[in-house]
Structure formats: structure tokens, C-alpha cells
Design a protein around this ligand. Structure first.
Ligand code: ADP
Length: 185
């Protein structure tokens, strides 16, 4: 099963993707985590994207698509996965369709976590992961980028089907329960 976990920064995608990975055995592929690992390890890719992540803007589509395409070739993702943080633009969604089509795969569920803006800002300011993009100023930029560049991806999948909107407010377990209802009906 191939799942896209979607939503604004702070919606809980990473938290829920990790739960799905550990409890439902579906590996998680997070582009944000991959970029942060590359930055930490000072790889050429990390050096290239560091200032972009620090600014709260998006990494270029070509760079992200290549990263995801390479990752999906790994055997651990052969039997399905949860995408967290990708696709984040309509161009990325179209590229993903091509990647999946070439592999005879499809998106089985697109799940968007709905959380009000004020809640998002509070969660991000309090999460305490020490991320350089979790300052009030950068959070506002990321929310703007989400609205302008990422939210249109919802229309893309709404038109295609397999679209689910889930209330992302509640305890981690409550939200995980809502996701399980979709993933394991
Ligand atoms: P959040 O959802 O909390 O903003 P992520 O870890 O998903 O956090 O992403 C952090 C940053 O990594 C983004 O602000 C962006 O710079 C970069 N990034 C992650 N995924 C993508 C993507 N699919 N396309 C472009 N940039 C991305």
C-alpha cells in the first residue's frame, strides 16, 4: 500500500508516519528527514539545501524528485510506504505519478491532516527539536509557502480519488485511530 500523508507544517505527519511504520510495518519516507540527515552529515546535497531549509522555502522540484526516485528503488520500499512531506508541489505530484506508473504502482490513499493555523504555530514553537526553521518568523514563511505552493496538491488528488481528509486535532492515539480506519478498513 502506498500512502501520502499530507498537511501543513505541524500537522503531525511525521509523528503519524512513524506510528504507521512501527505498528503497521509500512516504512516511512520523509523528504524533510532525508534533507536534515544530509545537512547533518555535510553531504554535497546537504550543503546545497541547508540555506533553503533554514529559510523555510522549498527545495527545487528536480532535486526532491531525484531524491525520492532513488530512495524508492531501495528494496525496503518494494512493498509499500508512507510518503511524508512529498509531494509538496503539483509538479512533484505529477512527477510521482510518472515514477509510480513506470513501476506499475499507484497512490492507494492520499490523507490530509486538517489542523487550524493557531494550533500549528503553537505545536511548532513547542516541539523543541531545535530545528532552525521552527522560529516564529520561519514558521509564518512555511505556512505561507504551504498555502501558496503546497495546498494546491490537495485539488490534484481530490480530482483523482483516494482522497481522505482527517481531523488532525486530538491526541496522537485518536488521530492514529482515524488513520487506521482508512488504511485498514
Ligand atoms: P514541515 O512539514 O514541518 O515543514 P519537513 O520536515 O516536511 O517539515 O520539511 C522541512 C523543509 O524541508 C521544508 O521547509 C523544505 O525546505 C524542505 N522540504 C521537505 N520536503 C520537501 C519537498 N517535497 N519539496 C521541497 N522542499 C522540501
Amino acid at each position: 500500500m502506498n500512502i501520502i500523508l499530507f498537511g501543513p507544517p505541524g500537522a503531525g505527519k511525521g509523528t503519524q508516519a512513524k506510528l504507521i511504520q512501527s505498528e503497521l510495518n509500512l516504512p516511512q519516507l520523509s523528504t524533510g528527514d532525508m534533507f536534515r540527515n544530509n545537512i547533518k552529515n555535510e553531504t554535497p546535497l546537504g550543503l546545497k539545501v541547508k540555506s533553503i531549509l533554514d529559510s523555510g522555502q522549498l527545495v527545487g522540484d528536480e532535486v526532491v524528485v531525484e531524491l525520492v526516485e532513488d530512495a524508492l528503488d531501495k528494496p525496503e520500499f518494494a512493498n509499500g510506504y508512507v510518503l511524508d512531506g512529498f509531494p509538496r508541489t503539483v509538479a512533484q505530484a505529477e512527477a510521482l505519478d510518472n515514477i509510480l506508473e513506470a513501476r506499475g504502482q499507484k497512490v492507494d490513499a492520499f490523507i490530509t491532516l486538517e489542523v487550524p493555523d493557531e494550533t500549528l504555530v503553537g505545536r511548532l514553537l513547542n516541539r523543541g527539536e531545535g530545528r532552525t526553521d521552527d522560529t516564529e518568523e520561519k514558521i509564518r514563511i512555511r505556512l505561507d509557502v504551504y498555502k501558496n505552493e503546497t495546498a494546491p496538491v490537495m485539488n490534484y488528488y481530490r480530482d483523482k480519488g483516494a482522497y481522505h481528509a482527517v481531523d488532525g486535532v486530538g491526541t496522537i492515539d485518536e488521530i492514529f485511530g482515524r488513520l487506521k480506519d482508512i488504511i485498514q478498513p
